[in-house]
Design a protein. Structure first.
Length: 394
């Protein structure tokens, strides 16, 4: 029955049931209003909209409140936003993100001003599968609250469809966005006033981040600069584990990068149902799930009286955090935002710390299990993760 459920979920993820369509409105009509084209010098309320976004989503500027759709846009847009809030729309309460577009040049100036006021650090969040602009903005705002990050927080929002049955569409749009995201990350990394970039990716977002970092590194090396991308966090990464093992040492975690302080933290869980479905769909294990693809490896672990969990091989610069025992939510796919124990660990990793009392060592030096704190066995997940009451579980 378990295998049947996973197979059914994988079939649903293909998106064959509900294919994407163009829609009944010409895309040009959505952006015809001048508000979709930010004017240089236009003022933006920094206090009301403290967070930054970059998006390739198509905006809808036909009504009073601008929204960002799930279609691909005609260009990359820049803007500011605040945490989403429930708003009455057509007699129903819906999540809406206060936001405003900003001219690209003005946006970079505002980002520099905010970075200069802090420590030169920037946090960049890249979301994953099944997200709307509202849900990913909610998560980005939560990360800013939870970590009290001492610098500007940027959300990069690509046109995920926000639906379970649109995995194949999301995967297609993610690959379509590789150039957009890569161009943005290279520009950010090239700014001399950015001293450190912390990148947080979730799920499919890892497949945008890894190649973009590799390209940014190559350009930095050619220009004789030291890379400022130092702290990379992959939460529930939906990327082929064996491909990651084969390629990562040659670029993103090349020895010279690790020697200069680059580090990568990977959050995994065997209870991650989304990655189990992705594995069934793709045929091979995902980096974010310690599933034993090789039955002989599983048998060897059983013979040693060890849990049947298989992880990425040891790579200098990589730390793996197994959140299986503290998993939360219906899918276990967002423990870094849902589980108190995982949230505490994530906060420390953002701050550059490498130890926590809840981390338990394993036979592998680069792998740690997160276990409940005996002194606080039933923590308030929402309070510790700084989630707003009423947030939906996933």
């Amino acid at each position: 029955m378990r295998h049947l459920l996973v197979a059914s979920a994988a079939l649903a993820l293909t998106g064959c049931v509900t294919p994407v369509d163009y829609g009944k409105i010409p895309h040009g009509a959505y952006v015809a209003d001048p508000r979709c084209t930010a004017v240089a010098g236009a003022s933006v309320d920094d206090a009301a909209l403290p967070l930054f976004f970059v998006t390739s989503r198509l905006p809808d500027c036909r009504t009073g409140a601008i929204s960002l759709l799930n279609h691909r846009g005609d260009t990359v847009r820049y803007g500011r936003f605040a945490a989403p809030r429930e708003t009455e729309v057509g007699g129903k309460k819906k999540l809406r993100t206060p936001m405003a577009f900003q001219n690209e040049g003005d946006w970079w100036q505002a980002l520099q001003a905010e970075t200069d006021r802090k420590q030169g650090r920037v946090l960049l969040y890249v979301h994953g599968y099944r997200e709307t602009f509202e849900t990913t903005s909610k998560d980005a705002a939560q990360i800013a609250r939870m970590t009290s990050f001492d610098g500007p927080v940027i959300e990069y929002s690509w046109p995920s469809q926000g639906q379970v049955l649109k995995y194949a569409v999301d995967e297609t749009n993610m690959y379509h966005d590789v150039r957009h995201f890569g161009d943005f990350l290279r520009t950010l990394a090239d700014r001399p006033w950015v001293k450190e970039i912390v990148i947080v990716s979730h799920s499919l977002g890892a497949r945008l981040v890894i190649p973009a970092v590799a390209t940014a590194d190559r350009l930095s090396r050619r220009a004789g600069r030291t890379t400022n991308i130092s702290n990379i966090i992959l939460a529930s990464p939906d990327i082929d584990r064996e491909t990651f093992e084969r390629d990562i040492v040659d670029d993103v975690l090349a020895p010279e990068r690790v020697e200069r302080g680059r580090h990568m933290t990977i959050y995994v869980s065997l209870k991650d149902k989304a990655l189990a479905a992705s594995r069934a769909l793709h045929g091979y294990p995902r980096l974010g799930s310690p599933y034993c693809f090789d039955p002989f490896d599983a048998a060897d672990l059983r013979a040693k009286d060890l849990p049947e969990r298989c992880y990425v091989k040891a790579v200098p610069g990589v730390t793996v955090i197994d959140t299986t025992e503290v998993s939360r939510g219906s899918t276990g796919h967002s423990n870094f935002l849902r589980s108190a124990v995982a949230c505490r660990d994530f906060i420390d990793v953002i701050a550059g710390k490498s130890t926590r009392p809840e981390r338990v060592a394993t036979p592998w030096a680069h792998i740690f299990r997160l276990v409940p704190d005996p002194a606080d066995p039933k923590p308030d997940d929402n309070a510790i993760c700084h989630r707003i009451a009423g947030d939906e579980e996933d």
